[in-house]
Design a binder for this molecule. Structure first.
Ligand SMILES: [Zn+2]
Length: 509
């Protein structure tokens, strides 16, 4: 053997370099609030070395991926992690800015061996119905087909054929509340490792049905359609060549052709079997489309339930979920119909988190802790969801709105809501804040000196995610859909124009 050949054979493999870029948004196209750069800055926007500082040690995909880099001896190349609270279409300027940033990193940061993209899967921009598809198209145009791309998605993704064609690996959450972000990113990273080692040739197959909503919207907190279809997927997963299966409940508040549930199979090499599996799973979702594990009630019925349950704070609070105005699905977070019902019912030892109203938060801040104020609260973003509430209360506490989640969901992640006040209206401590956030963590109350476990009644702006943190302390959970918000399940009343038809539940039973 020639010396030079011998040297070439034993040269240690170079450490692989993996680009990490997250650009996440769940777009409610019926919202009038555009999602611009400021919306990402208001929720979570980190670049370069800041990303590890913000996310390492948290229960998130990015944290899992940094850990995977250590495990597989990869060099992470973190570019950007951008996340905005669900709202209206992402502006073309914001989309192009983030895309350009990732492309520039590919140009200037040296060659990479793969891409890891923690995305959401339900992003709509001003110019593209399939935001993630448009991002992947731009990236593929730069890196070509040969470079592996691993993508993680929310289970409320509206997965498209473009996404499935352009990503090598797609893995979605399998829990709602989404408490497995770390685990599914670990799965995606380990598949990427096998692809980089040449062990597998992954590709994605997607199937969708004539449904806008299905799989019980993905809920996994009670046995139901989602847990059953996930169990079936786990059995299919054992078949030869099947590398991963994701069930996406979809995001129905999006007027785009392909909104709705999907099944995604990641398979090793091409096989007609993957499409059969995806179709079988979507068929099961269709068969079970009418089954729900929740039964939302009106505000009046919720107040009746509270009255019937009595005060009983020692047993923990009755938790009221404001389903129709969930900022986690694009709700404005300023609907006051449930709060109005609570005030009219004269509830004692109660709390409400949160009402998005920067104006009211500023008035409370100016008045100062201890002051009595009279102001109009909430109902300001879009008057068709109800007028503001005229209230008089006492400013109990002021905060800067900074908090770090206890979890389980997103444990360790920090957010800053901006100036925040606790306004006591009768027996109800109302957290009035300057930022739009879904209340899925007890810190939204605790950071402001409110112990939710000691309250008789706690109302939250959340549809389902709150269960991860609040179910352990709740005496009872009541889901309230008063209709007064952008995330009400009244799909038949929404002005769909682009959605494929016919579709359940608009045209099909
Ligand atoms: Zn989700």
């Amino acid at each position: 053997m020639l010396e030079s050949e011998h040297e070439r054979d034993t040269t240690p493999a170079m450490t692989k370099r993996i680009l990490i870029a997250g650009f996440r948004h769940e777009t409610n196209t019926f919202s009038k609030l555009p999602t611009d750069m400021a919306a990402f800055e208001a929720r979570s926007l980190h670049r370069g070395a800041e990303i590890a500082a913000a996310y390492r040690g948290t229960k998130t995909e990015v944290a899992a991926f940094f850990d995977a880099c250590e495990r597989h001896d990869w060099t992470p190349v973190p570019v950007v992690m951008a996340d905005a609270t669900p709202s209206g279409k992402v502006t073309r300027a914001a989309f192009e800015a983030f895309t350009a940033e990732i492309l520039a990193a590919l140009d200037e940061g040296g060659p990479v061996d793969g891409l890891f993209l923690p995305l959401h899967g339900a992003m709509v921009t001003e110019h593209a119905d399939d935001g993630e598809g448009a991002l992947l198209e731009a990236l593929r145009a730069k890196v070509g087909r040969g470079l592996p791309i691993a993508v993680t998605l929310d289970l409320h993704a509206n997965v498209t054929e473009t996404m499935a064609n352009l990503a090598d690996i797609l893995v979605s959450y399998r829990t709602y509340p989404h408490v497995d972000q770390y685990e599914i990113a670990t799965e995606a990273a380990d598949l990427l490792a096998r692809r980089l080692a040449g062990e597998i040739a992954p590709g994605c197959t997607v199937a969708r049905g004539a449904m806008l909503d299905g799989a019980d919207h993905g809920r996994t907190t009670a046995p139901g359609p989602m847990t059953e279809v996930l169990e079936r997927a786990a059995r299919f997963r054992k078949e030869p060549g099947v590398l991963s299966i994701s069930i996406n409940a979809g995001f129905p508040w999006a007027d785009i052709p392909f909104a709705g549930p999907t099944a995604v199979v990641v398979g090793d090499g091409p096989s007609p079997r993957y499409a059969e599996i995806a179709e079988a799973l979507i068929g099961e979702i269709w068969d079970k489309r009418r089954r729900r594990t929740i039964a939302p009630v009106s505000v009046a019925a919720a107040m009746a339930a509270v009255a019937a349950a009595g005060s009983g704070a020692a047993e923990g609070p009755i938790v009221l979920a404001d389903y129709a105005d969930n900022p986690g699905g694009g709700g404005y977070g300023d609907s006051v119909d449930l709060l109005g019902g609570m005030i009219a019912a004269g509830l004692e030892n109660a709390a409400y988190a949160t009402i998005y109203d920067p104006e009211a938060a500023a008035l409370c801040t100016q008045a100062g802790a201890g002051a009595e104020v009279t102001l109009s609260l909430g109902g300001k973003v879009e008057p068709r969801f109800g007028a503001p509430l005229e209230v008089t209360g006492t400013v109990k506490r002021l905060t800067d709105g900074r908090l770090t989640f206890d979890g389980p969901m997103n444990a360790g992640v920090s957010v800053a809501m901006g100036p925040t006040a606790v306004l006591a209206i009768g027996g109800i401590d109302v957290v009035v804040t300057s930022g739009r956030f879904q209340v899925y963590d007890r810190q939204y109350l605790k950071h402001a000196g409110i112990d939710p476990a000691a309250k008789s009644v706690v109302a939250v702006k959340s549809a389902q995610h709150f269960r991860a943190a609040f179910a352990p302390i709740a005496r009872e959970i009541v889901v309230v859909d008063g209709g007064g918000g952008l995330t009400s399940a009244n799909f038949k009343e929404l002005p769909f124009e682009k959605l494929r038809r016919p579709i359940y539940p608009l045209d099909l039973e």
